[in-house]
Design a binder for this molecule. Sequence first.
Ligand SMILES: *Cc1c(COP(=O)(O)O)cnc(C)c1O
Ligand SMILES: [Zn+2]
Length: 415
Amino acid sequence: MHIALFCSACRAKHEHARPQNVCRSCGKPLFAQYDLGAIRDSFRPAMVRTRPTRSMWKFAEVLPVSNPSRAVSLGEGLTPLLRGQRQGPFAGFENLWIKDESFNPTASFKARGMAAAVTRAVELGIGTVALPSAGNAAGAAAAYTARAGLKCILMMPADTPPANIIESVAQGADVYLVRGLISDAGKIVREGCQRFGWFDLSTLREPFRVEGKKIMGYELALDMQAALGTPAPKLPDVIIYPAGGGTGLVGMWKAFDEMQELGWIGSERPRMVAVQAAGCAPIVHAFEAGQESAEPIKNAHTIAAGLRVPGAIADFLMLRAIRSSGGTAIAVTDGELMAAAHELARGQGIFACPEGGATWAAARKLLDTGWLKTGEHTVLFNTGSGLKYTHLEKLPDLSVLDPADDNWHRNVRGT
Ligand SMILES: *Cc1c(COP(=O)(O)O)cnc(C)c1O
Ligand SMILES: [Zn+2]
């Protein structure tokens, strides 16, 4: 397999057979490029669908791996695309879908990116990786490096959810807490890489995490084809995505271009919506101001740890995808996103993470303003499990029943 590496901004080519981070001339993210012409006839949707592989490595031809049987895998990807039940607050949507990424190993879609990046790191002979994480990336990095036998250094803001810290330590990573935000943790990682020779696995400062996340775009096209019975892979009208670093959003955008080059889809694209938290919405501000890049947010705050990214290196790529798709960027408050997560739990049976809740809060707003039409095929991404965020919830005040009390049934409500 031959992968070329080129800069997503200035297009400069980079040697792919050795470890690389950002572009050496302009500092922007590097992207992998496959010889799609060479696999166009063999890498077909029907072939992929019938392949027995039960993970995202079904799509090995467009992933950074020389020998797919050596992929570092925990069964990531192939998450369900669930149809929204039309009840309660969801009744106004005729064609709502939820891609439920909480099914992934380590209970978030960060598993996809880490599977790809750690697989490639092993092929390149890298021994120690380091990254900043305010949440799920840490647990996923710890899991995949544990499996691959690599050393993993994690720099985590001190207010990272306890579940993410605990799972990272449990899976053998070297964890340090950092005073500040993920951007401060990232600065320490970059200095540590200089000083100790660690390999920087920060998202989009490493070329392959985005490759793992892009597979969501391929899966979505096959999921919708199966659900709607269309003759060819099909994309929805609108994708609503909770954007932090933007890896999944720019990854899927890249996947759509690849699928078009492969002849899987035409030139149509979903309208891409980036949802951010009101206390940390750099992309929303830049989108509204008509800017091509985003100003970093000072004093960024939100309880949705995955959205607590004050400045993203892929800002210009997110803004480009949003604009050229006719999409939009929208902020929701912490109150709105938590309330929406609870609605997903009660109305859909999906105990969503706060970031997943944000996509539903955005969908309701966009339907109210008329930006979204009721019949449009709209896909929400629930990017992780609510089980990692129970520290945000108050344990409810419940009746305690005493089995020795013959009148226990008097305490049962609604009978
Ligand atoms: C990391 C994360 C996000 C943001 O993902 P990007 O692709 O980097 O924008 C959203 N939700 C959850 C649960 C996350 O862990
Ligand atoms: Zn460049």
